[in-house]
Design a protein around this ligand. Structure first.
Ligand code: SME
Length: 214
C-alpha cells in the first residue's frame, strides 16, 4: 500500500475501471466506477483508521511485477500491525492461496531445532516434520537458498506431501541473527508453474513477513 505524506493512496490496479481478465483462470470481471470507488473507499478508511476488515476481492494484473506488487500490498493490509507469528503467517498463507488458484499448497515450515515443523498453511494436510537438508524445504533451509523446482519428480529427495504437486517454490526466512527461521512453500499441480520471475516477486513478500514476525 502506497503511503504518501498526509494520506494514503490505494494501489493503482484497484483504482482502474474496465473489464479485467484473470489470464490464469480466464475469469472476467467488470470493475465500474461504483465498485472501484467502494473498494477504494474501504481501503482508504482501513488505512486511515488502522483497522482490519473482511477480505476484499481484487483483480490481479496479468503482468507478474504488478501482480506481486498488489499481492504484497494485500499481505501488508491483512497482517499489518500484528506481531503474533501464527496470526501473521496464517493470514499471509490465506492471502497467497487466494492469489494462486493454481497452487494446491501454500504455507510455512518453521525451524524447530534441527528440523522444520509445519506452520500455518492452506491445502491438504502435510508432513509435520522435515529434517534439515531433506526435501525441497529442508534444502532451502540448509543452504539458505530459495529453490525453484519446475519438476518435483526430478528433484532428488523431494517429499511428496500432496501427490498432485508437480512444481514447487521454497524461500527461506532469516531471523534477525541471520539464522533460518523457516520457509515459505508453494506447490502447484502444474509443471513449471514457478519461475525466477515468481521468485523475484515473492522475495520482497518474504522480507516483509520476516520483518513482521520473525
Ligand atoms: N514437498 C516439500 C514438502 C512439503 S509439502 O510440499 C507441503 C519438500 O520436498 O520439502
Amino acid at each position: 500500500m502506497a503511503v504518501s505524506k498526509g494520506g494514503v493512496s490505494p494501489p493503482r490496479y484497484i483504482r482502474k475501471s474496465g473489464v479485467f481478465e484473470d489470464k490464469r483462470t480466464s475469469r472476467k470481471q467488470e470493475v465500474n466506477k461504483e465498485s472501484r470507488d467502494a473498494l477504494t473507499d474501504r481501503l482508504w478508511t482501513l488505512y486511515r483508521k488502522g483497522e482490519r476488515m473482511s477480505y476484499i476481492e481484487v483483480q490481479y494484473p496479468a503482468e507478474k511485477p504488478a501482480f506481486y506488487q498488489l499481492l504484497k500490498e494485500q499481505i501488508a493490509l491483512y497482517t499489518g500491525g500484528e506481531a503474533d507469528r501464527t496470526a501473521v503467517l496464517a493470514n499471509a498463507s490465506a492471502v497467497i492461496a487466494q492469489a494462486f488458484p493454481d497452487a494446491n499448497w501454500v504455507g510455512f515450515y518453521l525451524t524447530a531445532g534441527e528440523e522444520l515443523v509445519v506452520g500455518p498453511f492452506q491445502g491438504k494436510p502435510a508432513c509435520v516434520r522435515i529434517g534439515w537438508g531433506k526435501g525441497v524445504c529442508g534444502r532451502a533451509a540448509a543452504e539458505k537458498k530459495p529453490q525453484v523446482v519446475p519438476d518435483v519428480h526430478a528433484f532428488p529427495g523431494h517429499i511428496p506431501c500432496d501427490g498432485a504437486s508437480r512444481s514447487e517454490l521454497v524461500i527461506p526466512f532469516l531471523a534477525p541473527g541471520g539464522e533460518v527461521a523457516g520457509v515459505l512453500d508453494l506447490d502447484s499441480p502444474l509443471p513449471g508453474r514457478f519461475t525466477e520471475e515468481d521468485l523475484a516477486g515473492l522475495l520482497p513478500i518474504a522480507r516483509l513477513l520476516e520483518e513482521a514476525c520473525l
